[in-house]
Structures are given as C-alpha cells and as structure tokens.
Write a protein that binds this ligand. Structure first.
Ligand SMILES: O=C(O)C(=O)C[C@]1(C(=O)O)C=C[C@@H](O)C=C1
Length: 264
C-alpha cells in the first residue's frame, strides 16, 4: 500500500465545487435507472444478485487501481483499507490527508436497497430490446440484467465517491480550527464534532441544486421524446431529494469518523 504519498487537501470552497460536480452525473444516472423496470429479486436475500454483480465489477476495478490510496474510492465488496499511522517521519500536519478505517458503503447499500429500489417502477417499459425477450422474464437471471445492474453500479460508485470526498472536507475543516477539533477528538465527543461540521446553509444549497438537476434532466428526457409516464418528473424529484438528503448524512458520518481517527 502506497501511503507514503503525501496528499495535501484543497480549500473548503474548492472541495464544495468538487462536490457540486457530482450532482448532474448522479441525477442523470438516477434518471436512466428509473427509466428501466425494477426486478425486486435482484436486490433481495442475504447475497443478492446486485452484490455478486458488484463483486465482479470491483475485481476488475482493483486491477485498474481504482481504489488506490488517495483516490477517495472504496469498494463495496472488498476491504482494502490500511489506515495511516503518524510516525516521527510523517506526523500528518493539518492539511495532509490521513487515511482512516471507515467506509460509508454499507450505509449507502442499505439506503439503495431499502429506500431507492422500492421507489422504482416494476411496470416501466424497458428501453433495451432483445428479440429473445430476455428483458421481460418474470424470474430474473443476473446474467441477463446487465443493463439495470450496470446502472446500479455506476450510481453506487458515484454516490460512494461523492460521500468519501467527506474525508477531505473533514481535513479542510480540521485545518481551519485544529485547536477546537483536537480537543473534541481527544474527548471522543462525536456529537459535538458532528454539530461543528454541520452547515445547514450549504445543505440547503446542495439540495436546491439537486432539485434543479432533477427538473432539468427529467424535462430533457420528456422533451426529447422518451416514452415515460406522466409521473416521471415527480418520481425523479422525490428520488433525487431522498438520495441527496441521505448522501449528506452519510458524507457527514464519514467526516465524523475521519476526525475520530485523525490523531492516530
Ligand atoms: O460542505 C460542507 O461543509 C460539508 O460538510 C459537506 C455537506 C454535504 O454533504 O454536502 C455535509 C454536511 C454539511 O452540513 C454540509 C454539506
């Protein structure tokens, strides 16, 4: 593991621009996914087909270095984290990324399967067309559900990368007030750390931007002739709101956990 690389984090205003870059791709993928039917069996059970599909895709991603140190991408089906430890050679001064052991992906998967998947429509007409009718089977075969599962994976990876940018949000905030944060970290005071991190004005702006993206991108589908139900835009706006509300909460949790391990 290449933790000997030293990564300085950008300023908070720059990181918020980085976070904003995720909104259109996330909502755009949400629109694509919601335009396909849902087969609940792909997401049910102890080891659902989605999990197996993710595992195969992530094995490939590991080989491509997608989860290397400092990428802020973390797999759902493998544990790859070696947490940093301060040494006399590297004391991790404020402003330097410090890898902690927390991954928010279990929270994301739970939200995806328990909240987002049930709000997808099973009677939507699929836009993939197979002469074999393989997209219309009643019993799904994950090998034939590549279209839907592939969008699930893309969406989960975007959500995950966005949430783990929380690690550098936390470092930027730590750098802004090391004395206060150090005191709270030493006291293991997670609640006060969470309160100090929260910025409701910023949250409102993230949610408003996500709603704008939901309106614009669903409009674009309708205006370009997609055969979607008249409820499509409302469905997308509701899904986008739930998604970003949850994403902010998971991002915040990743920030809190990062800080709790910051002095290791
Ligand atoms: O921008 C920040 O200050 C963040 O901590 C990020 C974020 C977000 O997820 O967008 C999370 C928590 C804050 O309450 C506001 C926004």
């Amino acid at each position: 593991h290449e933790s000997q690389a030293f990564f300085g984090v950008p300023a908070l205003t720059h990181i918020r621009d980085i976070l904003a870059q995720f909104e259109a791709p996330i909502v755009s993928t949400l629109v694509q996914r919601f335009a396909l039917p849902v087969k609940p069996q792909l997401y049910q059970g102890h080891n659902p087909p989605l999990q197996a599909y993710l595992g195969a895709r992530e094995l490939d991603a590991i080989l491509h270095g997608r989860y290397n140190y400092g990428t802020l991408e973390y797999p759902f089906t493998f544990s790859t984290i070696a947490a940093d430890r301060a040494t006399s050679q590297n004391t991790f001064p404020a402003g330097r990324f410090h890898q902690d052991s927390f991954v928010g992906n279990p929270n994301l998967i739970a939200f995806y399967i328990q909240t987002l998947v049930p709000s997808m429509n099973s009677s939507t007409t699929p836009y993939f067309y197979h002469l074999s009718n393989s997209t219309q089977q009643t019993v799904p075969d994950p090998n034939r559900e590549d279209g839907a599962l592939s969008l699930d994976v893309t969406l989960l990876q975007l959500l995950s990368n966005r949430a783990h940018v929380g690690k550098i949000v936390a470092e930027a905030k730590f750098t802004g007030d090391p004395v206060t944060y150090t005191k709270l970290i030493k006291a293991r005071n997670a609640d006060s750390i969470r309160m100090l991190l929260a910025n409701t004005t910023q949250e409102a702006s993230v949610l408003a931007q996500a709603d704008t993206a939901a309106i614009q991108l669903s409009n674009a589908w309708i205006a370009s002739g997609a055969l979607v139900p008249s409820t499509f835009q409302d469905t997308i706006r509701t899904a986008a709101m739930k998604t970003f509300r949850n994403l902010i909460d998971i991002t915040t949790e990743i920030e809190v956990q990062y800080l709790l391990e910051r002095l290791h």
